[in-house]
Design a protein. Structure first.
Length: 283
């Protein structure tokens, strides 16, 4: 079997085009503030792509690139200012933050109605309770790809590799909320293959190139590769794409798979936050 290649780039472009058409009709533009602290090269690239996409769509954006030594107090002050800004409807704090800053404190400081990434304790709690509100962009993008390709989730064995707060855990919860039987594997899992070989849906978010080989995948499985790893001048995922595509039913490539969906979901979440806030203002 040769897998259907899930075209995340095309799906993302379609979503962005629809949002762009809607934004054109709005008098007050949605506003997104992105905060980047420090010099993490991958984070810089992501934030620049997000900003460029905002420009293309007609979303007003403010980008704050703060030095590595920024204090928690300074960052909290900036968030306070953005929470109060009428122009800003969505606030994104690019993770990871430098060690002197308490991530939990920062994420909790973002006003709930402007929490575009769904990382505030309240939104995390809602996701956990099966009442999804603002949900993190990458997991949302994964689920949207499954929906776009009409891949049923209910009743399936879903295996998620990775348990980070930004990808693994939320994607596992979203699959569970959609009635999959979910197994979460991580760096301490013994005999990873034992779990992956039973997966109807395999979501890989470990950040380890070629972690998943064809021998670890069930025939016809849906393989979603979230990983982004730089190998020389090439970007690769966590899945050995060339071998796994000969066995899987569906597979996402890297690049042009989950990555563009993360950006599209950020734009969608920004519009959702805008509607929640502006709808409230008009009442
Ligand atoms: P992370 O480093 O916070 O978490 C990695 C997880 O993988 C951990 O839970 C760890 O236990 C697990 N893991 C590591 N090695 C493993 C192994 N050998 N076997 C099983 N589990 C293992 O990373 P993250 O922030 O969750 O990101 C994961 C990957 O996804 C990275 O490559 C990152 O660049 C990528 N990413 C992509 C997007 C996107 O838009 N496509 C967005 C966010 C992250």
């Amino acid at each position: 079997m040769t897998a259907v290649i899930i075209d995340g780039k095309a799906v993302a472009e379609k979503i962005i085009a629809v949002i762009k058409a809607e934004v054109t009709t709005l008098k007050v533009k949605p506003g997104l503030a992105a905060i980047l602290v420090g010099e993490n090269p991958a984070s810089k690239v992501y934030v620049d792509i997000k900003r460029k996409t905002c420009d293309e769509v007609g979303i007003y954006s403010e980008l704050y690139k703060l030095p590595e030594q920024t204090t928690e107090k300074e960052l909290l002050q900036l968030i306070g200012k953005l929470n109060a800004s009428q122009k800003i409807h969505a606030i994104l704090v690019q993770l990871p933050l430098p060690p002197q800053i308490n991530e939990g404190k920062i994420l909790a400081a973002v006003a709930i109605e402007k929490d575009v990434d769904g990382f505030s304790p309240e939104n995390v709690g809602k996701l956990m309770a099966g009442k999804e509100a603002a949900v993190p962009c990458t997991p949302k993008g994964v689920i949207r790809l499954l929906e776009e390709y009409k891949i049923e989730i209910q009743g399936k064995n879903a295996v998620v590799i990775g348990r980070s707060n930004i990808v693994g855990k939320p994607v596992a919860l979203m699959l569970l909320n959609r009635n999959a039987t979910v197994t979460v594997c991580h760096s301490k899992t013994r005999d990873l293959k034992h779990y992956t070989r039973n997966a109807d849906i395999l979501v890989v978010a470990a950040g380890k190139p070629k972690l998943i080989t064809a021998a670890m995948v069930k025939d016809g499985a849906v393989v979603i590769d979230v990983g982004i790893n730089r190998l020389g001048d090439k970007l690769v995922g966590d899945v050995d794409f060339e071998s796994v595509r000969m066995k899987a039913g569906y597979i996402t490539p890297v690049p042009k798979g989950v990555g563009p969906m993360t950006v599209a979901m950020l734009i969608e979440n920004t519009l959702e936050r805008y509607k929640a806030i502006e709808g409230g203002r008009q009442k």
